[in-house]
Write a protein that binds this ligand. Structure first.
Ligand code: ATP
Ligand code: LTN
Length: 327
């Protein structure tokens, strides 16, 4: 059975972007693949975090995985920092990654341009290598992610290929899996910017938002003055973003939605979208409340860590052997 690995950082509360760009895909794939879904807490600390918030969010994300439909009997759900092999392999791979490669990562370049490098942690700079380790430890074939992570999966392939060529076949070369629609859900207030959990404001729908808040955020989403419900990312980014969201959650094509709403104004379209979103999010919230406080969640995470540790330690031993690091 082919393997899948993916992860979400506990750097904020989960957004509709995370749900559409990543989690809905995880749910579809779990029936066909052996899946590993990780709460990548060590990635969250590449930027400063508030201790108690981080502690809470780590389990929040694990609970949301399950509430959204990931079946812990089928998939392995675990917390990255509970599997030490991730950091051990990361160091080894850092020694096999060029500074030039890290300099080319657009997420790093964007951040460095915005805030400068003096106050940026070196962990933020090298984090694509930690991500490569996450993926390579489990011989993952596919990595379901949103568009923003494509370059990091490509770097993972480069690192793995180079290691295999130099030291013998060690890693499976993974491929990214990016959804055709919804790979980049945009901020509702600034539809040219990615909806992001660490910069959440009223342009960002959270999976924890109450129905009235979801309605308010959708109704006040920025659109344009044309009053035409048409998919055109360049000229109508706001309406196109809302159409993408609508399309993913209802499984209707963008074309059929354009048709369905061709005689409606933006207000009517937004109202229909808000209702659909609430119908999807409300039951997830109810399941989340149940699982978040249950003993079962800890048991699932303990079991997940056990399985992940077994596989990851085996892989690290193989890597160390290849390098002459084992007695
Ligand atoms: P941060 O704001 O802290 O960078 P994030 O919201 O971008 O966080 P991540 O934990 O980095 O979320 O990403 C988890 C997964 O969700 C990744 O696969 C990422 O590509 C996907 N994702 C995040 N935001 C979006 C979005 N707006 N549209 C589609 N996919 C997204
Ligand atoms: N870097 C990713 C989160 C992430 C990830 C992974 C995704 C960490 N490790 C492994 C897929 C596979 C991010 O910032 N969104």
């Amino acid at each position: 059975m082919k393997k899948i690995f993916s992860g979400i950082k506990p750097s904020g509360d989960l957004t509709l972007g995370n749900y559409i760009g990543a989690i809905t895909n995880f749910i579809k794939l779990q029936h066909e693949y052996e899946c590993y879904f990780c709460v990548v807490d060590l990635h969250a600390i590449t930027v400063p975090q508030i201790k108690l918030e981080l502690k809470k969010r780590i389990k929040d994300i694990a609970a949301f995985y399950i509430a959204c439909g990931i079946d812990p009997n089928k998939s392995t759900i675990f917390i990255q920092s509970e599997v030490h092999a991730h950091t051990e392999l990361s160091w080894i791979l850092e020694c096999n990654t060029y500074i030039g490669e890290l300099n080319r990562m657009t997420q790093y370049k964007d951040k460095a341009n915005k805030v400068g490098t003096d106050g940026l942690s070196s962990g933020f700079y090298t984090y694509p290598v930690l991500m490569a380790s996450d993926i390579l430890l489990y011989d993952s074939d596919l990595v379901p992610v949103g568009e923003d992570q494509k370059q990091h999966v490509e770097l993972t392939r480069d690192i793995a290929t180079r290691f295999n060529n130099k030291h013998g076949d060690t890693f499976t070369i993974p491929e990214h899996l990016i959804p055709k629609v919804g790979a980049r859900i945009m901020d509702l207030q600034e539809p040219t910017k990615k909806m992001s959990k660490s910069e959440n404001d009223k342009g960002c729908i959270l999976l924890l938002d109450e129905a009235n808040i979801i309605r308010k955020k959708i109704m006040s989403a920025k659109t344009d003055s044309e009053m035409k419900i048409k998919y055109d990312v360049l000229n109508k980014p706001g309406i196109s973003n809302l159409l993408s969201i609508f399309s993913i959650i209802t499984k209707k094509s963008i074309n059929s939605l354009e048709n369905e709403f061709k005689n409606c104004n933006y207000g009517e379209f937004k109202k229909a979208l808000a209702n659909e979103l609430i119908n999807i999010i409300h039951p997830i919230q109810q399941k989340y409340e149940n699982i978040r406080t249950s003993r079962e969640l800890d048991e699932i995470l303990d079991e997940g860590a056990k399985k992940a540790n077994y596989l990851a330690n085996k892989k690290v031993r193989k890597v160390k052997k290849r390098l002459g690091l084992l007695r």
